[in-house]
Write a protein that binds this ligand. Structure first.
Ligand code: IFM
Length: 455
């Protein structure tokens, strides 16, 4: 691991105190399939990604990824050196239950148990996500997220993991980014690689039901063991801002249709009309019991934020002239993060027991250029992006939104799914030949910022 020198006084981006509360959590995120590698090691089962890449052999896959499975101790040491207070990772369902149901692979669970111990021994709080897109292939064979049976197996899997790790992990998340999981069914270049647009609401609704079932299982375990778990879910939210005043209704409709309907389900117990109409058209059955499951209180909401969209009167997403974009073609516009959080607070902040809970930004980052040189990895664009977004978050906090933490996406360069290893989001560079880790300038800046803010 390389940890180049960094001078806060010479930094092109300020290293300063932010106005967040004393216990603000400074962390970084990853996900299992994107970093672990070792896909055939120690009894791990197949996931939908192995099948997806087997059909597309020209693409990079996650067989090796960052080999985190075999380098975990070194990676935690690096986190410690950076001063991270928390680490958000996901558990691979096929590593723990190779067929998705039935026999548990103890060696797989052991890995996560060792990871949690290593984190705690280094003063880093684990934030565990149960599902970050790597469905066991055997679950896809019975319908994947189109199937209610899979939702039940997911809840059973949650129970297996909490039985082993609930004594040490306090922060639990059911799902990462429902809307992107849905994308894998409607044709957006992700596993399982289906492309049937009619499945959009069905899959999204089943995921929320699966969230509700898992939440119940986790709550039950929590009350049996008096463990004091914090349970939540992570949504990726892309606000839709109107291109002109006359596009306001269209922009709101877009936001409801693609993003806020999940929050309507979670916090209000009812989907917006635009989604109910689509459900009726595509034959999705939504019962009162489903909505009750979905509308259970949660302890925190994880928000993954990367970009905004600008929508015209016809409801089309348009490209903003002269916008600054990342290498993903995503507009960089941090003030929209403040506006979105303030708007969410107004809409979901006062709904009684199922109001929007405290928020963590569970992912934020950018695929931008890295200049790899003998004295370090220079990425001033990412550093600026990160500073701008933490500042935008601070504005929302000062406006009264209960924001508890920030997690950089990602701790290290990793497999950007079907885009392979070319789009790097890491605050740590990973050499693709040697897999050596080098903390980038952004990682060094982030470490200095943490030092400045943790009292
Ligand atoms: O890499 C992904 C991650 O898996 C989920 N959130 C967005 C990231 C960047 O695309």
């Amino acid at each position: 691991m390389k940890f180049p020198k960094f001078s806060a006084t010479k930094s092109p981006v300020p290293v300063r105190r932010f106005a967040f509360g004393r216990d603000f959590v400074w962390g970084a995120s990853t996900s299992a399939y994107q970093i672990e590698g070792a896909t055939a090691q120690d009894g791990r089962g197949r996931s939908i990604w192995e099948d997806y890449f087997a059909k597309r052999p020209h693409l990079d896959n996650g067989e090796v990824a960052c080999d985190h499975y075999n380098r975990m101790v070194e990676d935690v040491a690096m986190m410690k050196k950076m001063g991270l207070k928390a680490y958000r990772f996901s558990v691979s369902w096929p590593r723990v239950i190779p067929d998705g149901k039935g026999a548990v692979n103890q060696a797989g669970l052991d890995f996560y148990s060792r990871l949690v111990d290593e984190l705690l021994a280094n003063g880093i709080e684990p934030y565990l996500t149960l599902y970050h897109w790597d469905l066991p292939a055997a679950m896809e064979a019975i319908g994947g997220w189109q199937s209610r049976e899979v939702a039940q197996h997911f809840a059973d899997y949650a129970r297996v993991v909490v039985d082993r790790l609930g004594d040490r992990v306090k922060k639990w998340c059911t799902f990462n980014e429902l809307e992107v999981i849905v994308a894998g069914y409607i044709g957006d270049g992700l596993a399982p690689g289906l492309s049937d647009y009619k499945l959009r609401v069905k899959v999204g609704h089943n995921l929320l039901v699966a969230h509700g079932l898992a939440l119940k299982a986790l709550r039950e375990w929590d009350s049996q063991h008096d463990a004091g778990l914090d349970l939540g879910i992570v949504l990726n939210l892309v606000p839709a801002e109107p291109a002109t005043k006359s596009a306001t209704t269209a922009a709101r409709r877009h936001w409801q249709r693609f993003y806020s309907w999940y929050m309507d389900g979670l916090f209000k117990g009812r989907y917006p009309d635009v989604v109910l109409q689509e459900a009726a058209k595509t034959g999705v059955v939504i019962t009162a019991e489903d909505m009750e499951l979905i509308n259970q209180p949660i302890d925190y909401l994880g928000v993954n934020w990367y970009l905004r969209q600008v929508v015209n009167r016809r409801g089309r997403v348009i490209r903003v002239p002269a916008a600054q974009e990342t290498l993903m073609g995503w507009e960089m516009h941090a003030p929209a993060l403040t506006r979105m959080l303030v708007m969410m607070q107004a809409e979901y902040g006062a709904l009684g027991a199922t109001s929007m809970p405290p928020i963590y930004i569970t992912e934020n980052g950018a695929a931008l250029e890295d200049k790899v040189s003998p004295d370090g990895v220079h990425d001033v664009g990412r550093m600026t992006y990160t500073y701008d977004h933490i500042s935008a978050l601070e504005m929302a906090y000062l406006a009264g939104v209960d924001i508890r933490g920030y997690f950089a996406w990602s701790l290290m360069d990793n497999l950007e799914w079907s885009l392979g290893y070319t789009k790097t989001f890491g605050i740590v560079h990973v050499d693709r030949q040697t897999l050596e880790r080098t903390v980038k300038d952004t990682g060094l800046w982030y470490a200095a910022t943490i030092r400045k803010n943790v009292r």
